[in-house]
Design a protein around this ligand. Structure first.
Ligand SMILES: [Zn+2]
Length: 66
């Protein structure tokens, strides 16, 4: 099986949590998952969510509201 969506390797992982982009449902979901992982004692999983939020391109720049 080929993996076509390898996440880029981040050399430096800041411990501060990146905030989800306002209005981005994906980021909001990731932020919630991150909190759940942190609460469940899975900091590495929580970090994964932080990385996803940081790397997420978001889709909010194409404003549908003029
Ligand atoms: Zn996003």
């Amino acid at each position: 099986m080929k993996t076509t969506m390898d996440p880029p390797i981040t050399l430096e992982l800041p411990l501060s949590d990146p905030g989800p982009a306002p209005g981005c449902g994906v980021c909001e979901a990731l932020a919630r998952q991150r909190a759940e992982h942190a609460a469940a004692g899975n900091p590495s999983r929580a970090t994964d969510c932080s990385v996803e939020i940081r790397n997420h391109p978001h889709g909010t720049h194409k404003g549908r509201r003029a």
